[in-house]
Design a protein around this ligand. Structure first.
Ligand SMILES: Nc1nc2c(ncn2[C@@H]2O[C@H](COP(=O)(O)OP(=O)(O)OP(=O)(O)O)[C@@H](O)[C@H]2O)c(=O)[nH]1
Ligand SMILES: [Mg+2]
Length: 400
């Protein structure tokens, strides 16, 4: 009867207790299983978790506690942000990968750094020796030994509990009982020392906020100063710029003189090159002349070989080439004599080719090539000549 009364009293006392907001920080090396554990506590499946960049936050209701857990990224580069969450934390959850013996020293150093921080020392610490489901995972005693846990917590006056667990075994109501037990223990300790802890946290957070504000102001001041300095430099540069111009005024052409001399030099060079090119042209012309003479012989022999076989298109092509050669020779006005010789020779070539229509000798003089003779005339006598001679003969007759 007495115990029933006592139970009722304690229940009534708890019921009357105000809702307490508690913040916890969850730390540990990367890949230890922090996010998996947090997810399991929250009632989510702990598999398929990605490394945390920064932090993730979970909120849960546990009895009279409204708990916020900051799951912080454990990567080496992210660990620097941990301290920003210490002031508002009532306790610490430190997750250890018990299967990773190689990183136990790193884990020990990291834990030591956390516990000796002035905003953590003296606060309760729950150590979760995670991944117990893995083969070869260190047991509770081994983890305590590897981390020198007793020494560490005694040094920093932290109440501590270690729970060997596995975050992937279950979640929500089926979460590993060790995790649940550990969380209850932590909240119980916090509840027991709540007033003292709360006072410290209020003080630490106020201080931290003041410090943050001061840092913010200092940053703003630094930025303002930098902007002012830059503005002054710009103004000074403007002033310097005008004074420089004033100094340059007496000899304004100075900076351009070298360019002008370069231009003059360039012009001289160009003139020299032009002269050189002219000389080369003369020598080229001589070469060309010789070349043409050689070329002249070659087509002749070709034509003589293929004379009977050449078709209409072949004749037109050759004629075009000849005209091109003529154009080239015309362009070289300095070699008028040579040009004459060439045209003469070219005409000879044409006369060879168009032998059947020899009467049309004036045609090559025209700028456009004459229509090629119809293929029917090849190898045939030229009866139209006889017909043309008749009128002439008639005229002679009349005169005579
Ligand atoms: N076998 C086994 N694997 C686990 C356990 N807990 C977590 N893991 C796996 O370990 C890997 C890392 O888990 P996380 O929860 O992301 O680790 P973390 O500590 O949050 O890592 P960071 O976010 O990088 O700091 C994941 O592949 C998890 O599935 C466990 O108890 N047992
Ligand atoms: Mg994580």
């Amino acid at each position: 009867m007495f115990s029933l009364m006592a139970n009722c009293c304690s229940w009534f006392k708890r019921w009357r207790e105000p809702v307490r907001k508690v913040t916890l920080v969850m730390v540990g090396l990367d890949n230890a299983g922090k996010t998996a554990t947090a997810k399991g506590i929250q009632g989510e499946h702990p598999e398929d978790v990605a490394p945390t960049v920064g932090f993730s936050k979970i909120d849960l209701r546990q009895g009279k506690f409204e708990v916020t857990i900051f799951d912080l990224g454990g990567g080496k580069r992210i660990r620097g942000i941990w301290k920003n969450y210490y002031a508002e934390s009532y306790g610490v959850i430190f997750v250890v990968d018990s299967s990773d013996e190689e990183r136990m020293e790193e884990t020990k150093e990291t834990m030591s750094e956390v516990l000796r921080h002035p905003r953590i020392s003296g606060k309760p610490v729950l150590v979760l020796a995670n991944k117990q489901d893995k083969e070869g995972a260190l047991g509770e005693a081994d983890v305590i030994e590897c981390l020198s846990l007793e020494k560490l917590v005694n040094e920093h006056k932290c109440l501590c509990q270690i729970e060997p667990c596995s975050a992937v075994l279950g979640y929500g109501k089926k979460i590993d009982k060790s995790i649940k037990k550990g969380l209850y223990w932590l909240l119980h300790i916090i509840a027991r020392d709540f007033e003292a802890l709360n006072e410290r946290i209020q003080k630490d957070t106020t201080e931290q906020r003041a410090l943050e504000e001061q840092e913010k102001r200092e940053r703003a001041e630094r930025v303002r100063k930098l902007q002012e300095e830059r503005k002054q430099r710009e103004e000074q540069a403007e002033l310097d710029g005008t004074s420089d111009m004033a100094e340059l005024d007496p000899e304004p052409m100075n900076p351009f003189q070298p360019i002008a001399s370069v231009i003059i030099e360039n012009e001289k060079k160009m003139e020299k090159e032009k002269k050189k090119q002219k000389m080369e042209k003369v020598s080229d012309g001589c070469h060309l002349k010789h070349k043409m003479e050689h070329e002249q012989i070659e087509p002749e022999s070709k034509i003589s070989d293929n004379g009977q076989k050449s078709n209409e298109s072949g004749l037109v092509e050759n004629y075009k080439k000849q005209l091109e050669n003529e154009d080239e020779t015309d362009q070289r006005s300095s070699e008028s004599d040579n040009g004459k010789k060439k045209t003469k020779k070219l005409r000879m070539k044409r006369s060879h080719r168009v032998e059947p229509v020899n009467t049309d000798d004036s045609a090559p003089k025209s700028p456009t090539p004459p229509p090629p003779p119809p293929p029917n005339f090849y190898g045939k006598p030229l009866p139209p000549l006889a017909v043309r001679q008749r009128p002439n003969g008639d005229v002679h007759d009349v005169i005579s």
